[in-house]
Design a protein. Structure first.
Length: 250
């Protein structure tokens, strides 16, 4: 919601921009007014504040640090004056939020400490989520470049960004194996390797030109690479979580 608000206010999101083509934009489609969107943002963050207040009373100031770090990245991902996404810092920001902050923060809230191994255990899921954002920004590369939005794919160039995203997807698996061998997580997470056949299909598609037109039944054109990344993320990430549950039960 914060992204949609600021991108619209700053003139980035328009009816012709990719954001408004693959799904209804809350403001541009008239689903809600700017004032209504600001109210929704405020209400959600008030709920967050209530949760934060309770957790901080139980675990102390580190919880506040986790929360404020996440809030900072969430707001300034597109909000001025920082606009992290515009300077190649959006992707690292998402990596930090979906890995160390979410996973490390949740672990700390539950246990009251974060062993070094947990920071490493946060990497696999953070990586797969970041590949989804990389795919999305590759899809929007030309439009973003024209608007002066220097996402990481814009800075790297399309071909390099494609190869980097492929490498990130691959890196998920040796990290998972290393976590098991180091005893940070149990053997159950090795079920993640069942996603390798899907990984190979996605890597192959990443190495081929984007189709000229959407395949039959494809519903979020003109996005393409983001779908491929999420296709892998959904299975690999889901199996990773399932493996953690298996470890708990066994």
């Amino acid at each position: 919601m914060i992204n949609d608000y600021f991108d619209t206010s700053e003139g980035v999101d328009t009816a012709e921009y990719t954001r408004a083509l693959y799904a209804p934009h809350p403001l541009l489609s008239g689903l809600i007014s700017k004032r209504g969107l600001v109210t929704a943002i405020a209400l959600v963050n008030l709920a967050d504040l209530a949760i934060l207040t309770y957790l901080a009373s139980v675990r102390g100031w580190p919880i506040v640090a986790f929360a404020l770090a996440g809030l900072f990245i969430s707001v300034f991902y597109v909000a001025p004056p920082l606009k992290l996404k515009h300077h190649g810092l959006g992707e690292p920001g998402v990596f930090l939020v979906w890995g160390p902050l979410m996973i490390g923060g949740t672990y700390y809230a539950t246990v009251g400490t974060v062993p070094a191994g947990i920071w490493v255990a946060a990497l696999p899921y953070a990586i797969t989520v970041t590949t989804v954002l990389m795919g999305k920004h590759i899809d929007k590369l030309e439009q973003d470049r024209a608007r002066g939005i220097n996402t990481l794919p814009v800075l790297l160039g399309k071909e390099t960004a494609l190869r980097v995203t492929q490498a990130m997807m691959i890196s998920f698996y040796p990290i998972v194996l290393g976590l098991v061998l180091a005893g940070v997580v149990g053997w159950g997470v090795l079920i993640s390797f069942a996603a390798v056949p899907r990984l190979l299909r996605v890597l192959k598609a990443y190495g081929e030109p984007k189709p000229e037109r959407p395949p039959a039944g494809y519903r979020i054109w003109p996005l393409w690479y983001v779908s491929l990344s999420f296709y892998h993320n959904r299975l690999a990430g889901g199996l990773f979580v399932l493996g953690l549950l298996i470890d708990v039960v066994v």
